[in-house]
Design a protein around this ligand. Sequence first.
Ligand SMILES: [Zn+2]
Length: 404
Amino acid sequence: MYSLLKKYRQQLLLSFFLVLISSIGFSQSVNSVHRKAILVDTHNDCLSGQVLEGRDISVLLTKGHSDYVRWKRGGVDIQFFSVFTGETPRKKEGFYQDALQEIDSLNRIILRHPDKFDFATGYQEARKKVHRNKLVAMIGVEGGHMIESDLAKLDSLIAKGMSYLTLTWNNSHDWATSAMDESGAGKPLVTKGLNDFGKQVVRRLNDAGVMVDLSHVGEQTFYDALEVTTKPVLLTHSSVWSICPVFRNVKDQQIKAVAKNGGVICINFYPAFISKSFVDAKKYWEGPGKDSIRAALQQLPEYRGETESLNQRLSFLVQQQLDKSLPGIKEVVDHIDYVAKLVGVDHVGIGADYDGIGFVPKGLEDVSTYPQITAELKRRGYSNQALKKILGGNVLRVLKANRP
Ligand SMILES: [Zn+2]
């Protein structure tokens, strides 16, 4: 009996060590492929969040999703910084001046920290500047409204190093209509798609070697742009409609059209674009759910006449409910997997949208977490070569095709 127990214990120990060794081996091989790959993220909004609020992204921050230290922990090599302004300009001088303000803010960061950041436009420069201890910064202008329907302003943004132009943000403008408006979730439209001036913009971008970004655009604009462009396009921060049917995501037909064009869809991590059950939870807890919590709090004597503390407690409780519904790493990787299975591994990338999103998936809290994506893809059997493409190789291919 004793010897049987001893044998059993030995077997248990042996299998424990085998699991341990194989998991160390697994994480070493994930780490190795992650570090060897050139990791490109095509969309980050920290210029309009962190930087505009005066935070120094060259040091480790406790707020926001992005800073130099966390980018490097995450193994990020190239980050596209989104130059953004909303439907109403921040400055009375207008959208174009807002864009210049953000480009200036990026230039200042690079100027002050040449040991940490480097600026690039185009494939050659970006590829040459990739460095273990530096982050290569590239510019993506998010919203065609920033050129104020003026080709001279478009040229000026190109001269300042714009690497892609997102034809619209959520707002439609003079020459292109957005997904929000085309889908009926925004303002009513008289006509949809790209007009003649919009087509001229696409041609100008092609000629100048600037990538056309079709995230945020309506389906009509999407297909109009694909008809005009002679170069592969990007969708810098969009996810899959079949998994999470919201207007910002792309349908199977669109994914197939991007693949035919040679372009890449970079998956957005925003939980409300990733998980339908999170979308439903958000709808409930920001609507009737919130009202019922408020009504319950109002019954409590400690909140009588204390509107501020009641509201604080209310938003804490709503947040707590929403946190329970957040998707995780697997759900995000499902989107990457879906595109890879539908059209092949050459047409998918990463555009997390950090610092532009109010919620983040569990396990993907900030820019230091990208190795989790690599680990999950590897677990699903993706080869090292496929991983390199997904992590950045595909975007580099599009960058090169636009400006060899
Ligand atoms: Zn966006």
